[in-house]
Design a protein around this ligand. Structure first.
Ligand code: AMP
Ligand code: MN
Ligand code: MN
Ligand code: MN
Length: 301
């Protein structure tokens, strides 16, 4: 049983439409796929509508479950972290109001990024990024794609290294809400709040402990024990911390594009047997009984 509880579609910075994403997850043998776009549930809503169509459902090889989710940018002690909301009600009105505000913050940041790029001699970035986003949630990868398209760099990653990354000339600090506010919005929509990819923030062991303590105190339910193809030493380290701070565990690929072959859908390992799974906290009828037992036995390398 493969759980992939962290993926992106064209509703944010992913390359595949929500429908194509689910079909690829299905082809890769995923049983539970969470769609967790940055600060939007638009893709989840579109996919829920598509899955209600028998023609689309009939094309899937197995009864794959969509876990409605989101990846929210939030602040803890003045730094940005990503919080996944899983098993939430995408139609919840207060959550949607909260996410509207998030997109407003992104819009303001995008304008500031474009101004900074203009000062570096790069014109037209706001319109360019918006055109590439095509109505999706505007994010830094859209600026990176514009810079690539205009020949300012040869890889999207270079755009982050030269201009967009933290501490670089066109880095713009964002006024994200606090983790408490983000977690309250997730809980208000009936979801579970999981700290995304804890290993990706470049924290020392001391700062990691401080972060997890703050996340737990803010109401957090779990941490993403496994993100993509991950070193086993990191998994063991985070597993110990999950027990210490009483946080349940999640696993996901953080899939963005089929071009990133190292982070394909379902590439993430299953949870070790001693981990408390985040789905054991989900009040999902399909996750009860034998399915849960099967899910907790390691089935992937
Ligand atoms: P944003 O939410 O607009 O700040 O954009 C964050 C997204 O940018 C992440 O989810 C990644 O998809 C992407 N990203 C962040 N840092 C890098 C990087 N160094 N290289 C490539 N993509 C990155
Ligand atoms: Mn992303
Ligand atoms: Mn993230
Ligand atoms: Mn992500």
């Amino acid at each position: 049983m493969i759980f992939d509880l962290h993926t992106h579609s064209t509703a944010s910075d992913g390359a595949l439409s929500p429908e194509a994403l689910l079909a690829r997850a299905d082809a890769n043998g995923v049983s539970y796929m969470a769609l967790t776009d940055h600060d939007t549930v638009a893709g989840v809503k579109a996919l829920q509508a598509a899955m209600a169509n028998p023609v689309f459902a009939a094309e899937l090889s197995s009864p794959i479950e969509l876990v409605p989710g989101v990846e929210i940018s939030a602040a803890i002690d003045g730094r940005t972290y990503h919080i996944l909301g899983l098993w939430l009600d995408a139609d919840n009105a207060p959550l949607n109001t909260f996410l509207d505000r998030q997109r407003g913050v992104r819009e303001a940041r995008a304008e500031a990024i474009a101004e900074k790029l203009a000062r570096q001699g790069i014109e037209g970035a706001l319109d360019g990024a918006k055109a590439l986003a095509g109505g999706a949630v505007l994010s830094r990868p859209h600026f990176a794609r514009y810079l690539l398209e205009q020949g300012y760099c040869t890889k999207e990653q270079q755009a982050f290294k030269r201009w967009l990354g933290a501490g670089k000339p066109c880095d713009v600090p964002c006024k994200w809400p606090s983790a408490e506010e983000a977690i309250a919005a997730i809980h208000g929509a009936g979801g579970l709040a999981v700290l995304a990819h804890p290993d990706k923030y470049g924290l020392t062991r001391t700062k990691m402990r401080i972060l997890l303590e703050a996340f737990k105190a803010a109401g957090g339910d779990g941490l993403e024990l496994i993100s993509g193809r991950q070193d086993e030493a990191i998994t063991s380290y985070l597993l110990r911390l999950s027990h210490k701070y009483d946080l349940a565990c999640s696993t996901g690929s953080d899939f963005h594009s089929p071009e990133q072959t190292w982070a394909d859908l379902g590439c993430n390992a299953s949870l070790p047997s001693s981990a408390v799974s985040i789905w054991s906290l989900a009040s999902e009828p399909s996750l009860s009984g034998s399915l849960l037992e099967e899910a907790s036995t390691p089935s992937q390398p």
